[in-house]
Design a protein around this ligand. Structure first.
Ligand code: GLC
Length: 543
């Protein structure tokens, strides 16, 4: 391929720094901790790290509320540590992708402190202020973290907009000064040699609050084209937008190379499949595997050459996939590997969230006092006030809450899983003695070694990067099978999404050739009588 970009053949690893590795015993992960683990990441084989926010922040939303974009959070270290991380990662051919959180700032950002001083302040228009309507909120926009998106400011008698917590006021992107500030800040980081940006809720920056339009506002793509031209367009970097409502059509607007916007977006259609229609993420319904197949197949085929997919099951906002749609008890290892094999042999750029590669699981809580996450805590209070039963709310939190993915990374069997010598900021999952990095490295059949091998397969086989995708439809609902085809070669990937064994008859598929990877040992692959074990997954070349 002539115009190959490095990020098309890459595998990205997401670090949530607060929970990755503490180096100084304060119970909070830090940059030095990441530097100390670069050998491990190199061994895994990843190309780049997406670093969740490390900037100065009062931590109302764990760093997604930024009070200075050009300073490092003191618990995480210093700018010197950051420069060293970029430098040392580069020596291992690992790039650092920064989290760009510019839909909002912290209420402690100097711009907001100024803006709050009064209607005439030069920074007032950096944020979104409205007069009361009939003595109340300007309209019915809601915050993702519960309640109205409007917060009353006593001093000026106006409301300001916050689509997340009241401590995360929304920036006013209509103001060209705000956009210029963002471009300058991005160039500051690009000059340091970062590998790109993951753009937090970027689909919201074109909002028209008065019409209650938040996502995909009319000027969104104009802003992104300006951003590309003014900042990263001159650099060889990866840019990925977080876009919750994106359809393939919308994704092409962002990622069609001819439009000069972003490299790719995170789409979340598959992530919503266990949520009731019209409900919130807490309103649960079981996953229908046939819907999952359809959604993922659609994304695999519809972008064509006018876009690029990101591939993920997990991030810091989502529960652990093995607990969510797999089996985190009896078949934990098998189902963890099944998700890995299924996703990593698709077309697109895979993202691994810290701990996924060692098979980490959700950690259920009993009481709301054990939760740290603002989204969870606010929702709990709101639903209690609305009369929901406490057990139901706690159940939803244990299935979907964000703390599930944020428990500290389990490195070894020493106290706190080797994450910290102090008191961890969030409980360590008590299963760390069994599930940890050290145990994974020692066991050639571990989840880790499956991920390592999948990354290697992508590096060495153009079919994994470029091959056409085709879903196999004549199979039972719980079996997910697809072909990849490239230059006369065909691979077949199979995953049994069930704790039951099953037998398929697929004589028309032909003859199996070389076995590529799997989560069970098997003697052969016979399509006339294909027996699948619980959560079995494998890839095989067709003869
Ligand atoms: C994104 C982040 C999430 C954060 C929110 C507000 O969805 O991934 O963690 O709370 O934006 O910044």
């Amino acid at each position: 391929m002539n115009n190959t970009k490095w990020w098309q053949t890459a595998v990205i690893y997401q670090i949530y720094p607060r929970s990755f590795q503490d180096s100084d015993g304060d119970g909070i992960g830090d940059l030095r901790g990441i530097i100390n683990r670069l050998d491990y990441l190199e061994q895994l084989g990843i190309t780049a790290i997406w670093l969740s926010p490390v900037y100065k922040s009062p931590n109302d939303d764990n760093g997604y509320d930024i009070s200075n974009y050009q300073e490092i959070m003191s618990e995480f270290g210093t700018m010197e540590d950051m420069d060293e991380l970029i430098e040392r990662a580069k020596l291992r051919n690992i790039r650092i992708i920064m989290d760009l959180v510019v839909n909002h700032t912290s209420d402690e950002h100097p711009w907001f402190i100024e803006a709050r001083k009064g209607k005439d302040n030069p920074y007032r228009n950096y944020y979104i202020w409205r007069d009361p309507v009939n003595g109340g909120v300007p309209n019915s926009l809601r915050s993702t973290f519960s309640g109205s998106a409007w917060e009353f400011d006593e001093a000026s008698g106006q409301y300001y907009l916050h689509l997340f917590s009241r401590r995360q006021p929304d920036l006013n992107w209509e103001n060209s000064k705000v956009r210029q500030e963002v471009w300058d800040m991005m160039n500051f980081w690009l000059d340091k040699g970062v590998g790109g940006f993951r753009m937090d809720v970027i689909d919201l920056v074109g909002k028209i609050p008065d019409q209650e339009i938040t996502g995909n506002g009319p000027k969104l793509h104009e802003y992104l084209q300006d951003m590309n031209r003014e900042t990263f367009g001159k650099h060889d970097v990866l840019t990925v937008g977080e876009t919750w409502g994106a359809t393939p059509e919308v994704a092409k607007l962002y990622s069609d190379p001819d439009r000069n916007e972003l490299s790719m977006v995170f789409q979340f259609e598959h992530i919503g499949l266990d949520q009731q229609d019209g409900g919130e993420k807490w309103d649960l319904k079981p996953l229908d595997v046939s819907e999952l197949k359809q959604v993922l197949a659609k994304w695999q085929t519809e972008l064509g050459n006018a876009g690029w997919n990101s591939l993920f099951w997990n991030n810091h906002d989502l529960p652990r996939i093995v607990s969510r749609w797999g089996d985190d008890k009896q078949y934990r290892v098998q189902s963890s590997k099944m998700f890995a094999i299924l996703l990593h042999l698709m077309k697109g750029t895979p993202y691994i969230y810290q701990g996924e590669e060692i098979g980490m699981t959700n950690y259920p809580i009993q009481e709301i006092s054990e939760a740290q996450d603002i989204e969870t805590i606010n929702m709990y209070q709101e639903r209690i006030a609305e009369g929901y039963a406490k057990e139901d709310i706690i159940h939803s939190i244990n299935v979907k809450g964000r703390d599930n993915a944020r428990t500290p990374v389990q490195w070894d069997h020493s106290p706190n899983g080797g994450f910290t010598t102090g008191e961890p900021w969030l409980h360590v999952n008590p299963n760390y003695k069994e599930i940890n990095m050290e145990a994974n490295l020692k066991d050639p059949d571990s989840v880790f070694h499956c991920y390592r091998k999948l990354i290697e397969l992508r590096k060495n086989n153009p079919i994994v990067v470029w091959g056409d995708f085709e879903l196999l439809t004549r199979v039972p609902d719980q079996v997910f099978m697809y072909f990849r085809r490239y230059e006369g070669e065909t691979w077949l990937v199979t995953a049994n999404f069930s704790r039951e064994a099953t037998t398929l008859e697929l004589p028309e598929t032909g003859q199996a050739g070389e076995f590529i990877i799997g989560n069970y040992t098997r003697d052969d692959v016979d399509f006339k009588q294909l027996q699948l074990q619980p959560y079995e997954a494998f890839a095989v070349k067709l003869a």
